[in-house]
Design a protein around this ligand. Structure first.
Ligand code: SAH
Length: 197
């Protein structure tokens, strides 16, 4: 991938970014921009995130090969593919059925078999498959959905943009230590709103 991933140091993350073909997740009319470092429309008013932000959030998750990871907001499936390169099992929830179906098809066509999809409201996480070692949210709610904290394993990492739906949000990382969550601020970001059914 022709990307300047400045500041990203995790070699496994950089290798996954090199490997996953982003053009497979982008609509035909935006193929020319598939390897530019910017978000692109994917239909249904949603976007595939900017590659730098995908890499940053993935690095913050501190993934180990045996980890179970939950993603909220499958969108195009691109972030899920990056996660699938790095861990044993990926679970992803998408509220728009049409996007979930398309993303699943793309991932199957590329041979990823360690990603499970669910259509529904990610506000509730995926209780049956919890606990997760890492949770990534790729749409922005104003506050952390309580279920996501509950479904995080001891030592688990939650990476999530929080803020007003129309505007700029803050990227947070929460690390679970017992019943406490250590918060780290990772700067300003802009995500699509976290919607509810
Ligand atoms: N990770 C995606 C980015 C998609 S944009 C990618 O790599 O392409 C964020 C996605 O979150 C959108 O598809 C949107 O429909 C979805 N979303 C918004 N609110 C949601 C919710 N409550 N539960 C699950 N998905 C949600």
């Amino acid at each position: 991938m022709r990307l300047k991933l400045s500041g990203i140091r995790d070699k496994r993350v950089l290798a996954a970014m090199e490997k996953v073909p982003r053009h497979e997740f982008v609509p035909d009319e935006y193929l020319y921009a598939a390897y530019e470092d910017r978000p692109l429309p994917i239909g249904c008013g949603q976007t595939i995130s900017q590659p730098y932000i995908v890499a940053l959030m993935t690095e913050l998750l501190e993934l180990k090969e045996d980890d179970r990871v939950l993603e909220i907001g499958a969108g195009s499936g691109y972030q899920a593919a990056i996660l699938a390169e790095l861990v044993k099992s990926v679970y992803t929830v998408e509220i728009i059925a049409e996007l979930a179906a398309k993303a699943e098809k793309t991932l199957r066509a590329l041979g990823y078999e360690n990603v499970r999809f669910k259509t529904g409201d990610g506000y509730f996480g995926w209780k049956e498959e919890s606990p997760f070692n890492a949770i990534i949210v790729t749409a922005a709610p104003e506050e952390v959905p309580p279920a996501l904290k509950e479904q995080l394993a001891e030592g688990g990492r939650l990476v999530i943009p929080l803020g007003p739906p129309q505007g700029v949000q803050t990227l947070w990382k929460f690390t679970r230590q017992g019943q406490a969550f250590v918060a780290e601020n990772h700067g300003l970001v802009r995500f699509v709103p976290f919607t509810r059914k």
